[in-house]
Design a protein around this ligand. Sequence first.
Ligand code: GDP
Ligand code: MG
Length: 746
Amino acid sequence: MAASQLHVALAGNPNCGKTTLFNLITGQNGYVGNWPGVTVEKKEARLSSDKSVIVTDLPGIYSLSPYSPEERVSRDYLMGGEPDVVVQLIDATNLERNLYLALQVIETGLPVVVALNMADLVEKSGDKIDADVLSRRLGCPVVMVSALKNTGIDRLFAEVRRVAGSKGKAADHCFDSAIEDVLQKIEALLPGSVPAEKRRYWAVKLFERDADAQASVNLTRDAAASVEQLIADCERDCDDDAESIIAGERYAVIAHIMDECVRKAPARMSVSEKIDRVVTNRVLGLPIFLAIMFAVYFIATSSGAIGTAGTDWVNDNLFGEGFELFGVSFPSIPGAIEGWLASIGASELVTSLVLDGIVAGVGAVLGFIPQMFVLFVLLSFLEDCGYMARVAFVMDRVFRRFGLSGKSFIPMLVSTGCGVPGVLATKTIENEKDRRMTVMTTTFIPCGAKLPIIALLMGALVGDAEAAWISPLFYFLGVIAVIASGIMLKKTRLFAGRPTPFVMELPSYHFPSLRSWALHVWERVSAYIKKAFTIIFASTVVVWFLTNFGVASWDGGSGAFGFLPGMAGVPEEFTDYSVLAMLGGAIAWIFAPLGFSSWQATAMSITGLVAKENVVATASSLLHIADGTETDPNLWVAFAGMFPTAGAIAAFGAFNLLCAPCFAAMGTIRAQMNSAKWTAIAIGYECAFAWVVGLMINQFYLAATGVFSIWTVVALVFAALILFQLFRPMPKYAWTDDREPAAAAA
Ligand code: GDP
Ligand code: MG
């Protein structure tokens, strides 16, 4: 570390505004979400106004006693010796709760500056916080700031510079004298190598019997025994365990500080509270949420709505007939490229690769951006304004009945954008079983890339006119898959146990800042554009190769491998002889009971594993619909033609929406599970579940139309097993762990 550089760490509770501040001072575009648990990995950037200052945005935590992975990330970073100054961010509208972590951070002996964020909201509420008294009590500078309104930031960094290089000092706050006595004795037993300003921190940690602390302090055997004796005596005297004793002391200190520093305005019901009375209402909460999500998907995907209009325009003009602007007519993109290729005398092979492969595939994905844009504008608004945090709260009540935690719902919400951050968001779930289960099920939620599949299914199933109501149905299929899986898995030994306690404070509603809203949308949309030109681009080339090359042996000839359209006597429908046809045909039997045994449908499902957008891209290239996108009626007809019944179309849709997610998400699952076995269990479960759902849809549809087979029986057996697992009572072993049944707190 160069001497001239200053490392500043941003610490604080979830949702106190760290990322907002980080973005403001570094010009970065980190993910700001109005709910806890959004930053789960630390992020680093230089201060815009002074490049020698490096700022680290740590994950939000409630305590330095690590229970969850992100608490460990934050603590290890703070204690690892890298930060020169810690900016302890506090949501000033929630001072009491935030002080619990602040006291611990100050205790570390690092130089700390406390930033009381959300000063704007405090002012609005009429509450008064005496920053000077607070500063004296905490023993470190305290600055009122608003990360959102950009006030107080200069003063904050003036203080940061002032305390940089100073030693930081042991906290001034004192616990009960009996406890202080014991802590002092433990301090005396610490090795001399522990610097003065950190001795109290380690003494407290040892008192809490923190395993990490015991490992890193390296007490002599005698000292360790004496420490244990001191703790045991103290526990006996207080009739409580050591960890609770310290927690109790901290709360006592906080109560005292609150008394001295805060003057509450006379209570009145805020607008937020009034809104919450309705949207978190026991009866109305869930229907309101369902209605809102229905509206969101309806607006994004229904015909005539903005998103679809944009997509249609792109497809009809940019990728269709060409268009006229200010009296000048422009050719469509494929048209322009075709003309250019012809003018340079490109071979048929190159022309086919560029037009049928790349332009068709990438175009199919790009055409979909306007719809995705609308979807993300709406979802980001719901997130930023604070509504989604309420939904997690409402869902917790629902989930809890089934032994699930509302914490599992946040990853699901994030997954509506993309499964990768969705899976990452599971880090906030402390309970390992619950975390694994959420990782396994969260990608059932349709992500942005699955929207084109849904749109294609809508078109194929009912045609454009009345189709819009179908898209929310597929969304709810995902939600139901998550809930049903959760209930079923929870009753198995692998996942049994009480749900993780769900505690989160509800942030107050506010109109999102346009900047963060726009960034949010851009972050998600740009990820798709990037994907279109990288992974989708690459896979369209591979799929083009697999479909255009093959063995032509229809004349009873020997059969030669080559570029099919170029070979003599090859029929128009040459793809039947392609490598992809062989590969797809070889495993198509797996899907026969689901009603889609054609090699094309199989090939679409396989390319969908690379990226879900590929399903539509592959459909348009295999079905020979030039530049077909999910809103192209020609593609609907050709697509529907692959399936014997509407039931088979729905089964295909259900399978593709529920089976293993794309490679990127699978990679994230692997990283989160940190185990090959658990990754295999997760992917295996998803595929098997998707197959069974597809089977039931197809077979029950057939049965309804009077067609029965052995597969009808198989589907019935599966349905019976699922119903049994769903409705049987929670087995005894399910509640074996020793956790207290936790109450959800607002
Ligand atoms: P983090 O979890 O600590 O990183 O918090 P975020 O930066 O994601 O912010 C959480 C929410 O608080 C977002 O909706 C922000 O817009 C909002 N927020 C952050 N700082 C302020 C502030 O100073 N005033 C107000 N009114 N809202 C803020
Ligand atoms: Mg954050």
